[in-house]
Design a binder for this molecule. Structure first.
Ligand code: ZN
Ligand code: ZN
Length: 194
């Protein structure tokens, strides 16, 4: 069982944001539990986890810090935190944060990867900073689960040759309506998610 925790970063997060993120991730999980992938996945709001709640703020504070670099070691730090605090969790937990485009974490992500205009993922941590974009939530959550980008990093408009699907959500700038029908990822990525 893999768990994706989600959290809306203050100060911009509203009840509507929370509903939007929860709804998108639940919809994604339903598709992934289906027979094509058969993924054992659980979606949880970070704040609802009593074991984590006490220590969540100090970890998330780190994401507000200007020195945050969105690098591997920061992601590893987040991972270590989850391992240390999730008693009985066998598989690593993942964290998806939803935040405003001018938040430090969004700025840090784009400093590292200028083409990452809507969201970014590093190891166990995903940031979605394109508000109200279900396709970005799907794209970054799928990275957390092992999916790869289907565009060439230096030339984002160019599709990787092994992506055989026109409406692949792992493409650059996937369209919102692509989320509504399964499949929304190519066979190559479906195999990686299994
Ligand atoms: Zn991506
Ligand atoms: Zn693809």
């Amino acid at each position: 069982m893999v768990t994706i925790y989600w959290h809306c970063l203050e100060p911009t997060a509203s009840d509507e944001d929370e509903k939007f993120v929860a709804g998108a991730l639940d919809q994604l999980a339903q598709h992934l539990k289906g027979k094509a992938v058969k993924l054992s996945i659980s979606i949880k709001r970070l704040r609802d986890e009593p074991k984590l709640a006490r220590k969540v703020d100090e970890t998330l504070d780190r994401l507000y810090d200007e020195s945050y670099t969105f690098s591997e070691c920061d992601a590893a730090m987040t991972h270590a935190f989850f391992i240390a605090n999730l008693i009985g969790e066998t598989y690593p937990a993942k964290l998806l944060v939803y935040c405003s485009p001018d938040s430090h974490i969004a700025v840090a992500a784009q400093r590292k990867a200028p083409h990452a205009k809507r969201g970014a993922t590093c190891a166990f941590l995903a940031a979605v900073y394109s508000l109200n974009s279900k396709s970005t939530i799907f794209h970054e959550a799928l990275h957390l689960l092992g999916a790869d980008d289907c565009y060439i990093e230096d030339k984002p408009c160019q599709k990787k040759p092994d992506c055989n699907f026109e409406r692949c959500i792992m493409d650059y700038n996937p369209a919102e309506q692509w989320c509504e029908n399964w499949p929304f990822i190519c066979e190559r990525n479906i195999e990686q998610l299994k």
